[in-house]
Write a protein that binds this ligand. Structure first.
Ligand SMILES: [Zn+2]
Length: 194
């Protein structure tokens, strides 16, 4: 990697910046990022996305070990959270979360029963994991125990279920209303291109 960086620099140094007399990329300094890119709200949203994705992956791994599911697309995710700032944040990032987790469904609903009991259909496979999520971005090295004492932190239950819809033959997402039928998204793409 260091040789590649050096080789690229030997071709690009006069294009990238005015001639400096430096002969190695390792004599250069990092560029200072413009303050306009420091978006704390966006950073906080992606902190939440990544923490939930970890919990989803943990649940999927348990389900995989139990041979209940194969791929992550065979799963619908349900986030249970009380109305409030965290709920609003999850609604904002719901689409990004679904893409980041590579699952077939992502819904947000109120927290079910403090005892952790859940309603499920006959034969339905459900895995759940509770998280405490801070409203602000988590500080570097901030432990889960410290989060419990963060007054702004809210509880979120991350539940996975076996996907309820059918597998779309085009995109493989379990979002079709019937066997061997295109999902709504693929249907619109296919008809637009005809
Ligand atoms: Zn599809």
């Amino acid at each position: 990697m260091c040789h590649l960086a050096e080789e690229t620099y030997s071709f690009a140094r006069d294009i990238v910046r005015p001639p400096s007399g430096r002969f190695s990329v390792f004599q250069e300094q990092w560029d200072q990022t413009d303050a306009m890119w420091d978006n704390q709200e966006l950073a906080s949203e992606w902190d939440t996305v990544l923490r939930i994705r970890d919990a989803v992956n943990h649940n999927i791994e348990r389900a995989r070990q139990d041979k209940a599911v194969g791929s992550s697309l065979e799963v619908d995710v349900e986030l249970q959270v009380e109305p409030g700032p965290l709920h609003e944040k999850l609604v904002r990032v719901r689409k990004d979360l679904k893409e980041a987790c590579i699952v077939s469904g992502m819904t947000i609903r109120p927290l079910l029963g403090a005892d952790g009991r859940d309603h499920r259909h006959e034969g339905e496979v459900v895995y759940s994991r509770d998280l405490v999520l801070p409203l602000r971005r988590r500080g570097v090295g901030q432990s889960d125990e410290a989060l419990q004492e963060d007054a702004s932190a809210e509880r979120c239950r991350v539940v996975i279920r076996t996907a309820s819809k059918h597998k779309c033959p085009r995109c493989w997402v379990y979002a079709s209303e019937g066997e061997n039928k295109l999902c709504a998204r693929c249907d619109s793409v296919v008809h637009r291109s005809q």
